[in-house]
Structure formats: C-alpha cells, structure tokens
Write a protein that binds this ligand. Sequence first.
Ligand SMILES: [Zn+2]
Length: 427
Amino acid sequence: MKYSILASILSFGLVSGCATEPPVVPDGSLAFFGATLIDGTGAAPIEGAVLIVKNGRVVAVGAEDSVDVPAGAERIDVTGKTIVPGLINTHGHVSGVQGLEDGHYTTDNLKRQLGLYARYGITAVNSLGGDGPEAIALRDAEDESLDRARITVAGAVVTGETVDEVVAAVDENIAMNVDFIKIRVDDNLGTSTKMTPELYRAVIDRAADNGLSVASHLFYLDDAKGLLQAGTGFIAHSVRDAEVDDELIELMKEKDVCYCPTLTREVSTFVYEDVPDWFEDPFFLKDADPAVLEELKQDERMERVKNSPAAAGYKKALAVAMPNLKKVADGGVTIAFGTDTGPAGRFQGYFEHMELAMMAEAGLSPEQILLSATGDAARCLGFDDIGTLSSGKWADFIVLSSNPLTDIDNLRAIESVWVAGNRVPSS
Ligand SMILES: [Zn+2]
C-alpha cells in the first residue's frame, strides 16, 4: 500500500509535471549547435560545438557537453557547418568612392560599404585614412543592434612640410577622436617627395603623447627600419623594393609591430590592363555594379593601364612582396590581414578573399591566414573584444558550409554572417 501510494504520487508528479510545465519563454539568446568552431586564437577546432549568444555578445562557447543551453534560447542547427570569427581588415578604406568615382563621402555611402564588407564576412574594417566625422559617428553608434561591419578610423592622412604643420595635423585628428594616426612615407616610385625622418618622428611622438599608435604606409626596406626605430605601431603595407632581412624581422619582433601585406593593392594597379578572369566569378558579380565593369573593360582604359609605368612598377613590386610575406611570417612576425580596399577598382569584400588566396599562394598555411584575419588582427590593432569567440566578446562570426582550414578558399562558402549576434542582411 505504502509503495503503491508512493508510486502513484510519483507517477502523478511525472504526468502533472509534463502537463503543467510552463511554456518556454524565449530569453533572446541564440544557441548555435553542431558546427565545427574555430575560435580565432589558434586553438584546435571544437567539433560539435555550442555557441551561445545574447545581447550581442558571446555568452558561452565549447563542446556540447561543456555548455549549458538556456531553456529560453532559440536553437539554430548548424550541424556540418564551420563557424569562424568575423574577419578583420586591419587596413581598408571606407571612403567617398561610389562606382569608380570619389567625392561621395556621405553617411549613406559609408553604411553601404560597411554592409558590403559584412556580406563578404569582413565584420570589422580599420579605415586608414580619408575619414571624416561621419565615420566617427557611425563608429560611436555601434551597439548590440549592429548588423554591418564595425569601423575604426585614422582620420585624415597626416601630411605637412614642417614639424609644426604635421603636429597640427595630428592634433586635428586627435580632436576628431580617431583610433589611429596614418602617415605615408613613400615617393610613389620616384614621382613625389617622401616624408622625412624628422617629420615622421614628430608625428609618432605627438601621437604617442596622446596615446595613439601610428600606422605607416611604406614601400622601402630602409624606411621600414627607420619607422620602426622611430616607434611606428603598424607596418601598413609590404616592403616592396628589396628582400626583407633579419634586421627588419628582429626589429618588428622586438617592437612587437605587425606586418600588413596588402598584396591586392598591387594587383589593382595593373590588373585592369585586361579583363580579369574574376569578372565572371559569381562571388564577385553578386555585389558588383555592371556599369563599373563596363567602364573597366573599355579598350582605351585597358590600353592606358597597359602603358602605365606605375602599373609596371607595382607589378614588379608585387613579385617582391610575395616572398617577403613568407619570409617575415617564417621569421615569427605577426601578420595582420589587410588589403587597402576602398579606392576605385579595389573592390571591398571580394578583394579580401583574393588577398586571402594570395597569402596562400605566398606560402602561408590556412591556419596562419585565418589567424592573421581574426585573433591576430584584433591584437595587432589593440582590440580585445573582437577577433576571437569566447565569453564576453562581440558575437561577430561567419557560418561556412566548408572548413577553411582545409582550403582557405572555403571562407567564400558563406552561409550567414553575424555581427553583434545579428544576421547581416543579404543585400
Ligand atoms: Zn591605404
């Protein structure tokens, strides 16, 4: 009798438990489950991972048995897919270019470009120069509702003839509240005057006094060394005049400065001497403006590129840059993924994937390339809440249908892109 009462109480309890269980109330969290997850730190991928996102941030990530899925989470089955952190372009430009024409520096045009980057999986862009208050306003408005790429800026590229002039230019950028200072130390293949060491030292010192790091556009090996000695915080292009040497590699490591290859910048200078193969690539065409392609395909225009000394010069420069990338990477320098996209003919989004492929062509492994575009990119810029997927970081990531560690081109196999836990709209 005792037993049977207990049994009936138990069975009643079970039945009533089922019958009266309150409906699950969605708590706004998302639980992605079943994917292979690469967290951006260089750690081994997690198979059958669970990623919990709430209020724009990663709440938890790990193997299935190590993560509690909140009862109110919306479950998203991504079995068989791969999740990687959103890619970070450490050197891009979100500019006034629309089509092939400059002069359209408007909030709407900036938003358009940030949407375009995001659709290609680039969830953060460090715009190194040509940035105005409109970009600062967009940066400052980023919150958990964001569904386009994040932006950080360098303001106006610092130029000037005297120490007073360059210091004043740095101060103007600081007053605008920029994230970095950008300078150019280059003579553009011997066609212009190069910023002198006296001036770039003044810029770097002024920036440092205000807690800002200076990103340096450069071309020549000797300038790279001079800039590193002076305290530049970032090498924004490949060394392209000569093979890099041990002195440069040791300097970069000693100063903990990252190297940003921007190989596709070179490509953009000569590739339109012909109709590029990728003008037929659906991955390019999905976001391309047909009118722009027609313009680039005009015979007269292609002829001009073919006969341009700059194009020939930068074609040679690319042949120097490729092995230099491999050499600095082998030497232990941190590579920061970056493309210099944004100017006319350097197609945001698509060129990032071309850059990734070229890094592979230069001899970097998929692991190295992915790291350079995620965890290392964030570290190189000094950002600690993007680039990797762990508790507390922004939930910026890509769901891919194939694994980029097998082939870096698999970063093109984009199923969805998420910024602050929001799915990026497809157009
Ligand atoms: Zn640039």
